[in-house]
Design a protein around this ligand. Structure first.
Ligand SMILES: [Mn+2]
Length: 458
């Protein structure tokens, strides 16, 4: 890949003595997990770009010497072009300010064939991507050796490994040339996109992670991405500071929920005489986030609706990202009897930036009985479908009552269970490589439509 106009030179193996003139004191910024292009809801997607914009403007105002983006700048290898455009404009501003940016792929925007938006922006000279590791034959067998990039103005040396499909990433770490990486003199930053077990916060413990010892020794700063929490750990055993700034808005409900109680932002690292002298966390303001949580356990849908009304009464939702989580097992009825549509409409009426409703933890009593019944996954699924369709009737409020009756033929009882089975099979498809949500979603809808139109025609 072309390396554009960025201010660095690429070092081959061994020629480590001809360093650029070093600065005794410098500062760099460390961001990760921006996930630009995530979120179906336009206001959220725009807020994510705005947050990135604010972070970048702060980096320019602070006159940092360089910026490290430790993966997942974008939410997919091929995000929507409007988001690519907005991001490119920002990166352009940074380039015009003379601040180099060093980037690694994250697990979301990784491409094994250099066909990610990351490669497009690199080809345009907007940043430098840390190169994939070289394979070298040594006395210890075949090892992987990431090349160093040297920041010309400061002499800082950067090497790293991108996020990648899990097993392939592990292969790199298991056969990393620690002697070569550790032996390189100078101030060194290791840029990576993987979780390290020892530093993971409690709620991220379930995530796949690797031991600290997998990171190469001898670096002054380990600039991490992938862990969606702020982490700063001063490690022992010849490894310096391991840090994750965490996301800004992130890409899933849990990211927003955690952002409600925790400042989001990035690090500015101060280096003095070849050592990290300070680590400052810079807050990036996000829109206000309001969280409502309702326990529906043992309530009727009507009682849950009343409880939702009380919970939201008198709260200011203007301009806010509003998260509503309803969980528990209802005493009667079904999750769809809870008036989520009314909640959403009310919040929009109050000028909320967007409303996200989580009902994944909400179930009806019927589902609970079926689950207790046991059997294989398929048997439980069949039973749930049969039980549900036995009591299902299309909405009586449809404009055309004869249509409701006609729909019932396909949706009630045994026929309903068959229809549901066919629909589930039709939509159980995976995105193909590099397929964006924008392409994937219509493809799934089209498959579902074929099943439904087939009912009428068949
Ligand atoms: Mn991420």
């Amino acid at each position: 890949m072309a390396s554009g106009g960025a201010r660095f030179y690429c070092m081959g193996t061994g020629d480590v003595t001809a360093d650029a003139e070093r600065r005794a004191t410098f500062r760099f910024a460390h961001l990760a997990d921006l996930h630009i292009g995530a979120w179906r809801e336009r206001p959220l997607a725009e807020a994510a770009v705005q947050a990135f914009h604010d972070a970048i403007e702060r980096c320019i105002a602070e006159q940092v010497d360089f910026i490290v983006l430790a993966g997942d700048l974008f939410d997919s290898p091929l995000p929507g072009m409007d988001f690519v455009c907005a991001t490119a404009e920002l990166l352009c501003r940074v380039r015009e300010s003379g601040i180099p940016i060093y980037v690694t792929y994250g697990s979301h925007d990784y491409s094994p064939t250099s066909s990610s938006v990351i490669d497009v922006l690199e080809a345009a000279g907007l940043f430098s991507r840390l190169p994939a590791p070289e394979t070298v034959k040594t006395g210890d067998g075949t090892l992987f050796r990431p090349r160093f990039l040297v920041d010309a103005a400061t002499g800082a040396k950067l090497a790293g490994l991108p996020g990648r499909q899990r097993s392939l990433e592990r292969e790199w770490y298991e056969r990393l040339d620690h002697a070569y990486l550790g032996g390189e003199p100078g101030f060194k930053v290791f840029v990576f996109h993987s979780a390290v077990t020892e530093v993971l916060p409690e709620h991220e413990r379930f995530a796949e992670s690797m031991p600290l010892a997998r990171l190469p020794p001898g670096f002054d700063y380990y600039a991490g991405g992938h862990v969606h929490s702020r982490v700063e750990a001063r490690s022992d055993g010849g490894r310096g500071i391991v840090a994750y700034p965490g996301p800004l808005l992130g890409y899933q409900y849990g990211d927003l929920e955690r952002a409600a109680g925790t400042p989001r932002g990035f690090f500015i690292v101060t280096v003095d005489s070849g050592e990290v002298a300070g680590l400052e966390f810079v807050d990036v303001p996000l829109p206000p986030i309001v969280v409502h949580s309702v326990d529906a356990g043992g309530l009727t849908p009507g009682e849950v609706n009343a409880s939702l009304d009380r919970e939201m009464e008198g709260r200011d939702h203007k301009g806010a990202i509003v998260l509503v989580r309803v969980s528990g097992t209802l005493a009667s009825g079904e999750p769809h009897d809870v008036s989520f549509g009314a909640v959403r409409a009310a919040l929009e009426g109050q000028g909320a930036l967007c409303a996200r409703l989580s009902r994944s933890g909400l179930s009806g009593p019927r589902e609970r009985r079926a689950a207790i019944g046991g059997g294989s996954k398929e048997e439980i699924e069949e039973r749930v479908l049969a039980e549900y369709c036995a009591g299902f009737h299309p909405e009586p409020s449809l404009d055309d009552p004869s249509l409701a009756a006609e729909l019932g033929i396909f949706l009630e009882g045994e026929a309903g269970a068959r229809t549901a089975r066919r629909l589930l099979d039709a939509v159980a498809v995976e995105p193909v490589e590099h397929e964006s949500l924008r392409a994937f979603a219509p493809r799934v809808r089209e498959r579902a439509r074929e099943v439904l139109t087939g009912l009428w025609e068949g």
